[in-house]
Design a protein around this ligand. Sequence first.
Ligand code: CDP
Ligand code: CDP
Length: 221
Amino acid sequence: PDDIPVITIDGPTASGKGTLADEVAKALGFGVLDSGALYRVTGLAARRAGLDLDDGTAVAAIVPTLDLRFADGHVFLGQEDVTARLRAEATGLLASQVAVHPAVRQALHQWQLDFRRLPGLVADGRDMGTALFPGAPLKVFLTASAATRAERRYKQLISKGIPANMESLREDLEARDERDKNRASSPLTPAQDAQLLDNSALSIEASVDQVLNWWQKRRPF
Ligand code: CDP
Ligand code: CDP
């Protein structure tokens, strides 16, 4: 599996990682790992089970019991379509609470590695380039200003019919970024050899082109 090419895309919330990952994967025919979805579903399931989210051992123990399925852009937990529930910012906050625990990160580790299949993988998250795929030939660290990111997430939620409030959204995003950057276990930080991409003033197409350009230069992968 070490021979299977991986492109990692890490960065703060609503910087455009998922959109970029999907487009790059489509262009190259690669698979996608939305690692945040695994943390979101873990946070959601832990909350529903009434667990103490500060108890990393208890939360990690539910990971092997999760019956998760990705199909046509939808995520199913058992029989339930949890796609909209997962995208809600409240679930993002649950995810970042359970993501601080080394036991939870460990429980999700192998599951994430199993997404690495031929002909290749685009992996998006916080620690794809630093912890999961440190040997990846192309690592991107995607950023955008906090105001840009809050506005993007706001529009994205409203367009999907998910209620949102701009002010509280920005506060929630910033709280989550702080927690992700300052935790001891796999904090949000660029890999040493990451390409930095600030897309505050870039279109989605221009960001995709930049990444494909970097990828071309890394052939023979
Ligand atoms: O995965 P992540 O939370 O980093 O962000 P995303 O869900 O991919 O992107 C958040 C929103 O920003 C989406 O609605 C994208 O269409 C939008 N976006 C944008 O407007 N301009 C960009 N250059 C990149 C993303
Ligand atoms: O889409 P957005 O960037 O807002 O969030 P996400 O990628 O779905 O991740 C939700 C939360 O899960 C993050 O705020 C992190 O706390 C955690 N996470 C993580 O710790 N490591 C990852 N590889 C992915 C997500």
